[in-house]
Write a new protein. Structure first.
Length: 392
């Protein structure tokens, strides 16, 4: 439809002046929207400032209730395995990172020279034992000979004593006969010849008695000589004891060589992980040479150095959280088990005694140790960690 002027009422009017009312309405709407935006922005700013204050307050409380150490390290008893003997390395049975169990072979060193020395000592021991057996045989033979000669000497003494008793009996009888003949000769009842014969028999019996007495003394002296030969048994016994001492010395040398032989196979003293090796097969090592390092992964701890201004806030048994640089987002539980007794500067290689009097005060650090809960052997010695210690 068209109006009376021939225009369509639905078509926008062109170049018609805008009414004052419409213009004022638009301006009022724009003002309302602008005011609302300012309020939203102001409210947002207030909320941001409030959140920042809350975060700052939380940070202050967190810093007050905790002591932070960001340069701590994982530590362990890293054992240095060294050679106790000299020789050529035959085998290095492990490499860095290998897990080893107690008794497992780590390094083998040449054993040929020591084995030959043990065989030489065995030969010397066999020679000493053979000489001992020979001396014991000689000792036994001499003991039997002396026993038989002593028996013969005692029998000779007994025979001489029996002969002496017989000669004394003869002497007594001859003395009696001589006395009777003498009386008869005094009364002219016996001839002078018979008296001389009786006196001769008495003298013979007297000499025979002296002879048998001398035989007894000779037999006794002979027995003393025989018994003196028993000292040779003592001499032989001393020689056997000397050989026994030589044998003991050889046994000691053999045990030493066997111990040396055992030290040429170096085995693990406990279950652990090899950190690094220093030798290769074919190298010659001397006593004291380092061969490898290894440690027990189940026995690790945290070593940290705390500022002296924070040290008084720490207590044994205080809990802590450990974050390892190698495992972001993973926390480990820890607990203080040892507080250091001296500042680390006291053990510096180049201490500063300040002889000149110029002084710059520097905050010292004291060491602490924290026990940490190992998890799947993730913690390795030397790893850097950050420690947050609860002190509330």
């Amino acid at each position: 439809m068209s109006d009376q002027h021939g225009r369509n009422p639905h078509q926008p009017r062109v170049n018609e002046p805008t009414s004052v009312t419409e213009t004022a309405g638009r301006q009022a709407a724009v003002s309302r929207w602008s005011l609302r935006g300012r309020r939203v922005r102001a409210l947002s700013l207030v909320l941001i400032m409030l959140l920042a204050c809350l975060l700052f307050a939380w940070w202050l409380v967190h810093r007050w209730n905790h002591v932070f150490v960001d340069d701590a390290r994982v530590a362990a008893n890293v054992v240095t395995v060294s050679s106790e003997v000299s020789g050529r390395v035959l085998e290095v049975a492990v490499v860095s990172g290998d897990r080893v169990s107690q008794g497992q072979l780590l390094v083998s060193i040449d054993r040929e020279d020591t084995t030959l020395e043990i065989l030489s000592l065995d030969a010397e021991l066999a020679g000493v034992e053979a000489r001992q057996r020979q001396l014991r045989a000689e000792q036994e033979m001499l003991r039997k000979q002396i026993a038989s000669r002593v028996a013969a000497g005692e029998a000779q003494i007994a025979s001489a004593e029996a002969a002496h008793e017989a000669s004394r009996a003869t002497l007594k009888r001859a003395g009696g006969s001589h006395e009777r003949v003498r009386r008869l000769a005094q009364h002219k009842a016996m001839s002078q010849q018979e008296f001389e014969n009786a006196r001769a028999e008495l003298e013979v019996a007297r000499q025979q008695a002296l002879l048998t007495a001398a035989e007894i003394e000779r037999a006794r002296a002979n027995l003393v000589v025989i018994r003196s030969e028993e000292a040779q048994l003592t001499v032989l016994e001393h020689r056997i004891e000397i050989l026994e001492a030589e044998k003991a010395a050889l046994h000691a040398q053999k045990r030493q060589k066997q111990a040396d032989l055992g030290r040429r196979e170096i085995r693990a003293e406990f279950d652990g992980i090899v950190a690094t090796t220093f030798v290769e097969a074919g190298e010659y090592v001397s006593s004291g040479s380092r061969l490898l390092l290894y440690h027990d992964p189940s026995r690790v701890w945290i070593d940290a150095n705390v500022k002296e201004t924070h040290f008084a806030r720490l207590n044994l048994g205080a809990t802590a959280q450990v974050r390892v640089d190698a495992y972001p987002g993973m926390d480990f539980s820890a607990r203080i088990e040892r507080l250091g007794g001296a500042a680390t500067s006291l053990f510096a290689l180049l201490p500063s005694p300040n002889p000149s009097g110029n002084f710059t005060k520097i905050t010292q650090r004291l060491p602490i140790r924290l026990s940490v809960e190992q998890r799947d052997d993730l913690l390795r010695p030397g790893m850097m960690v950050e420690v947050r210690i609860n002190v509330d």
